[in-house]
Design a protein around this ligand. Structure first.
Ligand code: CMP
Length: 156
């Protein structure tokens, strides 16, 4: 099982889309094991996007991410990182495929509703930044887990 970080950005909270976006992940079969909502400080957001520090859009990105509440999620599942990236869609909302979250709900490149870890390395770094305490994550087993996956092939 893999874990990945998802951020519902301030445009998701301001537009009242948190429930609908979270539902997409739940309905897919991903397991929610962590969730917090906060308006995060600039320092934290700069660290999260440190890889983009030299990009021309960096300051605008940090200011947008700090302009309202963010909901941070930890999702778990088989190949969760790539599954979540596929559900989220391409970065530019105007080009994201219909059926994806950005493709269905967004029109912007910058205000693109959701962030999702793009590799196992970034997931590890981002999970440590956003959920530093082990007790922030909930270990539990969905009652229907053995129907979400094939027991003999995928849960062995
Ligand atoms: P995200 O998946 O969170 O990763 C980096 C973010 O930077 C991206 O979503 C967008 O919100 C933003 N971003 C990436 N490229 C650009 C760009 N060319 N112009 C403006 N914002 C961008």
């Amino acid at each position: 099982m893999e874990r990945t970080l998802v951020l519902l950005k301030p445009d998701s909270t301001q537009r009242g889309l948190v429930g609908r976006i979270l539902t997409r992940f739940e309905e897919k079969g991903l397991k929610l094991i962590g969730l917090k909502m906060r308006q995060f400080p600039e320092e934290h957001l700069r660290e999260h996007y440190a890889v983009h520090a030299e990009r021309p859009f960096f300051n605008n990105l940090v200011s947008y991410m700090g302009s309202g509440p963010v909901v941070a999620l930890v999702l778990e599942g088989l190949e969760a990182i790539s599954v979540v990236r596929t559900l989220v869609g391409a970065t530019n909302g105007r080009e994201s495929a219909p059926g994806t979250i950005r493709g269905d709900f967004g029109m912007s490149f910058s205000n693109n509703l959701v962030h999702a870890s793009d590799s196992s390395e970034s997931a590890a770094t981002e999970l440590a930044l956003w959920f530093p305490d082990a007790d922030e994550l909930v270990e539990w087993s969905p009652a229907d887990l053995e129907w979400r996956y094939n027991v003999g092939e995928e849960l062995a």
